[in-house]
Design a protein around this ligand. Structure first.
Ligand code: NDP
Ligand code: A1CAB
Length: 275
């Protein structure tokens, strides 16, 4: 990609570090990446070998930037933007929010100008290893060139999906933004049982995580539906059938549905909670 833009990440936490780490590993020029946090402790978590620019002064970072990634917690965003509004209104960087729930209209308003270009994203932490999945929405003030650049940027750390209706980002949050944690919970549970069955933790992680990667890749190929892929493993009278029947008879699908609905609803609530 044409890496000719300076990107400032406000809030160098878990999500920002996942994206930055992915960009650095994909050779985005590190001198064009800024990251901020209030505490040195947070800034110290950025690996020194990334050689990006860091500061505890948001204004310094924003002044350099063509793109400002808003990566603080949703409840912190209003105050961060209020302080920076004069410089944002003056420089008009492209704002890219990763904050769950907060609408683009709210972001532009907090930043002091309703006509600012704002892209709202819902990335996930596998961005760190180049396997991120990101949902994207652009407000009407965003240009096609802005969208193209952001598409290329997220393509360096995984894949991305644009949605036309901003409300769909709540669903993206339930399906991919929060979802690495669902898979980690499943792995955590599987590893605990594998240890009871006599495997070492190391061997159990190695076997189960490779299985997760392989299953994900097969689903992504799309040659078979996920139902067909599941059935291919279930030999009649065999072992898999026992596990799958147990899952399905004990409410696995409704558990997943209810967990995702709870995630979705929380995202919807956050849109109004921090007004
Ligand atoms: N974690 C995830 O998987 C995902 C998170 N998100 C979104 O990403 C955002 C960040 O989440 P996450 O990374 O998990 O949270 P973290 O708490 O890890 O990161 C937030 C960071 O913001 C910094 N910060 C707080 N206030 C300021 C400020 N005024 N100026 C500069 N930096 C500040 C904090 O550091 P310090 O206290 O030192 O200032 C902290 O490290 C959230 O809005 C969340 O909704 C979206 C998708 C996935
Ligand atoms: O839990 C959260 O609020 C954030 C948003 C998506 C993933 N983590």
């Amino acid at each position: 990609m044409k890496a000719d833009k300076t990107i400032a990440f406000l809030g160098a936490g878990n999500m920002a570090r996942s994206i930055i780490g992915g960009l650095v590993q994909q050779s985005y020029p590190s001198q064009s990446i800024w990251a901020t946090a209030r505490s040195q402790t947070t800034l110290d978590k950025i690996p020194a070998q990334w050689q990006i620019q860091t500061t505890s002064d948001n204004k310094t970072a924003v002044q350099q930037a063509n793109i400002v990634v808003l990566a603080v917690k949703p409840k912190q965003l209003k105050d961060v933007l209020a302080t920076l509004a004069p410089v944002i209104v003056n420089n008009k960087p492209l704002l890219v929010s990763v904050a769950a729930g907060i609408p683009t209209s709210q972001i532009a308003s907090w930043a002091g100008d309703n006509s600012l270009a704002v892209i709202r994203s819902m990335p996930n932490t596998p961005s760190l290893v180049g396997k991120g999945a990101t949902g994207l929405y652009a407000n009407k003030h965003t240009t096609q060139a802005d969208k193209d650049f952001i598409t290329e940027l997220f393509a360096t750390i995984g894949n991305s999906t644009w949605v036309e209706d901003e409300e769909l980002l709540h669903a993206v949050t339930a399906v991919s933004g929060s979802a690495p944690a669902y898979f980690f919970l499943l792995l955590e549970s599987m590893v605990a049982t594998a240890k009871k069955m006599g495997l070492t933790e190391q061997d159990a992680i190695k076997l189960a995580s490779q299985t997760a990667i392989g299953a994900g890749l097969m689903a992504q190929q799309g040659e078979y539906t996920v139902t067909e892929l599941k059935q291919q493993i279930m030999s009649p009278g065999g072992t898999t059938e026992q596990a799958i029947q147990f899952f399905e008879q004990n409410g696995f699908k409704s558990l997943v549905n209810d967990a995702m609905e709870a995630c979705y609803q929380r995202s919807v609530e956050m849109a109004t909670e921090y007004k």
